[in-house]
Ligand binder design. Structure first.
Ligand SMILES: Nc1ncnc2c1ncn2[C@@H]1O[C@H](COP(=O)(O)OP(=O)(O)OP(=O)(O)O)[C@@H](O)[C@H]1O
Ligand SMILES: [Mg+2]
Length: 361
């Protein structure tokens, strides 16, 4: 399958260069870092496809296996085990014990590290070896330590060792290795990706706001519009069906929102159902609800939203989490306040839409 990535020419060229170096006999290490959904796995797929003529070994950290020593390394090295016999006996023994192929005391970390280095070198001597390790933030600690050790010592074995790791929050993982930051797409690329999944009738401001809030995050751009009705896309959030949306991330935001004071949750909810990011309008609506500006503080401190000249949610899933977790009565109250402060002459559609959602049933 060929992967068509939007707006990733620079990153793809970097991976192409890495592959060229490895084919020429050098070894290369690279850690792709970026937030959830930014496209690390997609780039690793691109690398694996481009490297299809070479030997590709793959592994991925698994959240539920982070306590199982060597599980990541074992997965990565499984296709290389035929080379085990070429290693010096203590290394062979250490690796066999670590991987549970032989009994014995827990192996010495240094010897396991040297063994993995030796295994990679033996494989690379026959054919360039491309090791792809995704979700490194969930690697078991031993695998992470050993792979960092190996990465620092690779030199000219025709071996590539390329990781995907989430940030922020896991910077200490694979620290000090060469990095490629995988950031959001440019506005133009983000808009193009969004348009590829959007129906025709979308309020341009709602669209621009999605682009701004996602900061070009491809997952958010692809997932967010999926559950939205045409009316929601035209006017913003406010439908009734609690459809699941990028569950994991959203649940996490939901927990952070639930921990906030009640008035702060009202600020988030009001901002969430007011799709244009109009700050004066937001304050007028909150004023009607008896909520002062200070109530926004805890949400800003928690990094969930920035209220400057426009409202900017940390991630669109914050907005949907705020909206989905709100009690229906509260949601109606907020829509009613927004309807009250929306200019009937200038924005009759939007006002009617808020009023409809403020009504019971
Ligand atoms: N440049 C791009 N163009 C088009 N689609 C993309 C691009 N980058 C990523 N995608 C798509 O966006 C979604 C998220 O990307 P991906 O899974 O690679 O993110 P990730 O960084 O690995 O996230 P996580 O940290 O959760 O593993 C996928 O459906 C992927 O196919
Ligand atoms: Mg991924």
């Amino acid at each position: 399958m060929e992967t068509l990535l939007r707006g990733r020419r620079r990153e793809q060229e970097e991976l192409d260069r890495l592959l060229r170096d490895v084919r020429a006999g050098q070894s290369r290490v690279l850690v792709l870092r970026g937030e959830a959904g930014t496209g690390k796995t997609a780039l690793l797929e691109y690398l694996a496809e481009t490297a299809a003529g070479e030997r590709v070994a793959r592994a991925a950290g698994v959240e539920s296996e982070t306590e199982i020593a060597y599980s990541g390394l074992q997965q990565l090295c499984a296709p290389l085990l035929p080379y085990l016999d070429r290693l010096p006996e203590p290394q062979r023994q250490a690796l066999a014990t670590g991987f549970g192929l032989a009994g014995g005391d827990p192996p010495d970390t240094l010897i396991v590290g040297l063994a993995v280095l030796g295994l990679f070198a033996e494989a690379g001597a026959e054919q360039p070896l491309v090791c792809v390790v995704d979700d490194a933030q969930w690697l078991d600690r031993m695998s992470e330590v050993i792979l960092t050790f190996v990465a620092r010592r690779l030199d000219a074995e025709s071996v590539a060792l390329v990781f995907g790791a989430r940030s922020p929050g896991h910077e200490q993982i694979l620290g000090g290795l060469p990095e490629l930051l995988v950031e959001g797409l440019s506005d133009a690329d983000a808009r193009a990706l969004l348009d590829s999944v959007l129906p025709d009738r979308v309020d341009a401001r709602v669209r621009d706001r999605i682009v701004a809030e996602t900061r070009g995050n491809p997952l958010a751009l692809l997932e967010l519009p999926r559950d939205l009705s045409p009316a929601e896309l035209a006017f913003g959030f406010g439908g009734s069906g609690p459809a699941p949306l990028a569950g994991r991330v959203e649940d996490e935001f939901g927990r952070r929102i639930a921990a906030l004071p009640g008035e702060t949750r009202t600020v988030l909810l009001t901002a969430a159902v007011e799709p244009v990011g109009d700050v004066p309008l937001l304050w007028r609506a909150l004023d009607r609800l008896g909520v002062g500006m200070h109530a926004a503080g805890p949400a800003e401190t928690a990094g969930l939203v920035e209220i400057g000249t426009r409202v900017r949610f940390r991630h669109p899933l914050v907005r949907s989490a705020a909206w989905r977790s709100a009690p229906r009565a509260e949601l109606r109250r907020v829509h009613a306040a927004l309807a009250d402060v929306t200019d009937p002459a200038q924005e009759p559609d939007r006002r009617a839409w808020h009023r409809a959602h403020a009504a019971v049933g």
